[in-house]
Structure formats: C-alpha cells, structure tokens
Design a protein around this ligand. Structure first.
Ligand code: ADP
Length: 532
C-alpha cells in the first residue's frame, strides 16, 4: 500500500495541510478570502480540490491511523483509519491532545512529550508501543511521527502514521488461529515484556479478559522468572538469552486477576516478526501435577516410616522373644529327658509336641531376625567373586548336600561389586531350596551367570525338582508363604522373602521360571558395577 510521502505534503503550506481531513476548512478559506480576482479564486478552488483529494485519499486508508497535530500535540485532523483503530470520531478527538492514546503509566512517565521532543529533534521518530483505544482497551501499535516544518524551518506540528500490530497480517491472522487451537494458555510477549496477543485459554487461566491483558506487562501475570528471560544483558543478546530457554519447560508461578497464585510450566519459542522478536509462551497449569507429586512424596515418606517401624518391631520382638523361648525350650527338653517313660504315654506325646513347637519357634525367630537384618546392614560394597560366594554357601550346605547326595555344578561366575555375605545368603537359600524341594530323582543343581544387555549380570539356579505352578510365581517371594506343608518339607516360608529383600537392596531383582514336575530355575539380576 502506498502512503502520501510527508516530505511531499510539506510542499503545501503547513496551515492548509493542518486542515486536511477535518470537517472545517477555515484555514484554507481564510487563506483564499483576500483573493478577489479571478486568478485568486481559481487558486483557492484548486487548493480546495487538492485538499479534498487528500482527504479522500487518507480516508480511504483503513488500516492506518493518520492524523496531524500542532506543535503541542493537539490533534488537528483525523482519517477514517484512525477512527476505526482508535475508536474516536473526528468530532470527539480534534482539539484533544494526542497523549490520550497513551496508557496512564506512560503518561505519568512523560512519554507523549518525549515522543514529540524526539521527533522535533530528529525530524522523524518510529516506535512500537502500547496505545489505548477510546474504550480503554490496549493494543500494540507501530507508530511513525514526523515533524512538519514551514519553509523557514519553524516547527509547525507533527503527523502520525500508526497501525495496530495485532491486526497486522503476521502477528494477527497467522498466529491468532494457531493460538486459539492450542490446548494450553498461550501468550505472545514482545521484548519489552508486554503482552501482545493471547488466547481464550489464557484469559480463562488468569481470569482476565483479553483487552485487560493486551499491553500489560507479563510480570503482572507471571511475577517472576519470565520477563527476566526476555531481557538481554551485557554479555548476551536477546536472541541468545532466549535461545537458552527454548524448548525447556520452566516451572514458575502464575498470578490470577484475584491475586491468587498457581504453579505453571512454560515453554518459550521465539517468533521473528516484522515487529522484532516476539516470544510465544505456552503456559500449562500444573496445580494437579504438583498436588499428586506432593502426595506421592508424602506417601513414600509415610511408607518408608511405617516400613522402618515394622522392621524395627520385627527385629526387637524376635530378638526379645528369643530369651523367654530359650527358657521354655530348655525346660521342655529337661522335662522330656527326665520324665520320658515315667508318666503315661499321653504325657510323653504332649511333651514331644511341646519340644517340637519350641524348635519350630526357634527356627522361625532365627529366620525372622535374618529377614529383618537383610535390608539394613548397609555395608559398603566391594568387588567380590560370585564364585567364592557360591563356594561359601555350598560349604554351609555341606550336610544337606551329603544327606541328599545332591550334585551341585556351576559355570564360571563373574566378579561383581556387591555384599559378599548377602550374596552367599542368596545362593544358600536358592541352592538349599533346590535340594530340599526335590522329586524322585537325585537332586541336580546348576548355577550359572550371563551378562544381560551390558549393565546387569543374571544368575540362575536350576534344579530338577518338584517345580512350581506358575500361579504361585509371585506368592512364594512373600513372607511366610509356602506351597508345601510342614509334614512334607520343613521350612518357615521366609527364605525367598529374604532373597528378594537382599537383592532389591542391592539394586537387583529375583524371579522364577518353572513347571510342575519339570524343575525350577530361579533367576536373580544384579547391576554390573565392577570397575573393569
Ligand atoms: P521355605 O523353604 O522355608 O518354605 P521359601 O521362602 O524359601 O521358604 O520358599 C517358599 C516356598 O516356595 C516353599 O515353601 C516352596 O513351596 C516353594 N519353593 C521354593 N523353592 C522351590 C524350588 N526350588 N522348587 C519348588 N518349590 C520351591
């Protein structure tokens, strides 16, 4: 679109110029009045025609506000574009000072005067800034003010060309649709930290209407952490400052109109536009996420506390139970030794039950103690040979192996950074079970290890025993859960629970693969943390 060049307009007398577009052409009329002869009338007529043409030309420009001011900033002319953009009719605005287009805070800072001063000094001043419409709403305007001087060089006034940037093709039409389609609140901010555009979600989230927010400092809705990021400092340009933030979610606080604050996550992206770099911020309300995070942390804390208490309780009670139990056991054993055959047969049987009960209770307490200690000894981990740990376990199982004639074989096992005593305990429980839960054949147990994906070692203990129904694969690792009665196999149902606890403490896990009658393979994985 072409605009009349101001320099050209200056060729006309300033006084005439000032009446362009206004309804009153008194200046032109008075200038023409003394001309009584016909050539004077013709000149006046020509001038009027030329003014009329200019008025029509300027009024035809709808997208630009074009108006003239006197040297003090009082408005002298007004085109249709100005009426459309700023909302005043020419009757309402002519004669008023152009400072009424500035937001109150800018008026306070003396911005209108500054604009005129700068224009007078340099002849022409361009800026982007917030302006107010008649209805009080704000918009980002691109403004060019030009000083108008008479041929003698005296300042006679100013012309202003401005347009509403939020209406411009680029920042308006192109982005508005995109913004509205976004599920998050979206706010577009200029380098001065002023909100230029926003979508409906942003209005809802912050509790403002669009007009109240456009032109506001973004600090009003995001008090900290955003506006600072837009500002370049001595070492970085605005683009660099921004580049550091692009694509990273920043957790900040948002402030609603009613002053209440809520947690938000914002993502920034720059928008190179004719008006300079604008920043689009996608703003997500993370109140719910924060709440559930807090809830989770609280629950985990409570769980840990109750777990610690339970552990402490299990330890203390099993430890304290040992003492009276020892007394009961030794006295029942005394009774059995001294009175066996001297009372009636019922008494012998009862005493035998009591002795058996005591032994079982002792076994249970011993295992419970082992369980409650399993996760808590907090030893420093060393690089140990898994093969040595297995040998140690087999030595502890020597009697069981001999009694059952079991054959235990193994592949080469790796060195691994772990707790040797606990690794021994795991091997001992698994190999012990593999022998204990045997079928008709002589128990055969094989231990091996494979590197699993580079970060873990997976150990396996395979037997040819009774096997396990898959429905119990999870259950057997729970404290006191047994698949076999005491009359079939001795046991407390604690061994696998101990293994699970130990392995989890070491950052590993345990599982089983098996089929009834087909033997079982217990696997456990440990992180590979050897320094080689
Ligand atoms: P316990 O051996 O004292 O009963 P565990 O926790 O070591 O306790 O084992 C739990 C249950 O898992 C056992 O009672 C047994 O039924 C089953 N189980 C464990 N290891 C094997 C195995 N190798 N073969 C078959 N069943 C097994």
């Amino acid at each position: 679109m072409k605009f009349p060049k101001v320099e050209k307009i200056e060729a006309y007398t300033t006084e005439r110029l000032f009446t362009v577009g206004s309804s009153v052409s008194s200046a032109a009329a008075s200038a023409a009045a003394p001309q009584r002869d016909s050539s004077g009338r013709e000149l006046a007529e020509a001038l009027r025609e030329s003014e009329e043409r200019y008025r029509m030309l300027l009024d035809g420009i709808q997208n630009y506000a074009i108006f003239m001011m006197d040297a003090q900033g009082r408005i002298l002319s007004w085109n249709a574009g100005a009426e459309r953009i700023k909302g005043y009719t020419s009757d309402q605005i002519i004669g008023r000072n152009f400072s009424c287009f500035f937001p109150p805070e800018d008026i306070k800072r003396g911005r209108p005067e500054e604009v005129l001063r700068r224009t007078a000094a340099s002849g022409r001043h361009e800026e982007q800034g917030m302006r107010m419409r008649k209805n009080g709403s704000r918009f980002l305007a691109s403004v060019t003010v030009t000083a108008l001087r008479d041929p003698a060089g005296n300042l006679r006034g100013f012309s202003e060309f401005s347009h509403d940037l939020s209406e411009s093709k680029e920042s308006g039409a192109k982005y508005r649709g995109l913004l509205e389609a976004a599920p998050d609140a979206m706010v577009v901010v200029n380098q001065a930290g002023e909100i230029v555009l926003l979508n409906v979600q942003a209005e809802k989230q912050f509790g403002y209407s669009r007009d109240e927010l456009v032109g506001q400092q973004v600090k009003n809705i995001i008090p900290e952490g955003f506006a600072e990021r837009l500002i370049a400092d001595g070492t970085r340009t605005a683009t660099e400052a921004l580049a550091q933030q692009i694509g990273t979610g920043i957790e900040l606080n948002g402030r609603r109109r009613d002053g209440s604050e809520f947690p938000i996550e914002i993502m920034l992206s720059p928008l190179e536009s004719a008006e300079g770099i604008l920043v689009t911020a996608a703003i997500r309300d993370i109140t719910e996420r924060k709440k559930s995070e807090e809830h989770l942390v609280k629950t985990v804390g409570e769980l840990k506390r109750s777990n610690d208490e339970l552990q402490q309780f299990a330890y203390v009670s099993s430890h304290d139970l040992q003492e009276p139990l020892r007394m009961v056991t030794s006295y029942t054993q005394l009774l059995a030794g001294r009175y066996k055959g001297r009372l009636d047969s019922d008494a012998d049987e009862f005493i035998a039950f009591a002795v058996d009960g005591c032994n079982r209770m002792q076994g249970l307490i011993k295992d419970l103690l082992a369980y409650s200690r399993a996760g808590t000894n907090g030893k420093v981990l060393h690089e140990v040979s898994a093969e040595n740990a297995l040998k140690e376990a087999l030595a502890n199982l020597r009697a069981t192996i001999d009694q059952s004639s079991a054959v235990v074989t193994h592949d080469a096992l790796p060195a691994i950074r772990t707790d040797e005593t606990q690794l021994t305990q795991v091997f001992q429980n698994l190999v012990g079970n593999a022998i204990k839960y045997h079928g008709a054949e002589v128990p055969q147990v094989h231990v091996s290890a494979t590197k699993n994906g580079g970060a873990e070692w997976t150990f396996s203990v395979r037997d040819n025993g009774l096997g396990i129904d898959p429905q119990y694969f999870e259950r057997i690792f729970i404290l006191f859960q047994r698949l076999h009665g005491r009359d079939e196999f001795e046991g407390t149902g604690i061994g696998l629970a101990i293994c699970k606890k130990i392995l989890e403490r070491l950052g590993g896990r345990i599982w089983v693969e098996s089929q009834p009658e087909k033997g079982s393979t217990f696997y456990f994985a440990l992180p590979e943390t050897t320094e080689k």
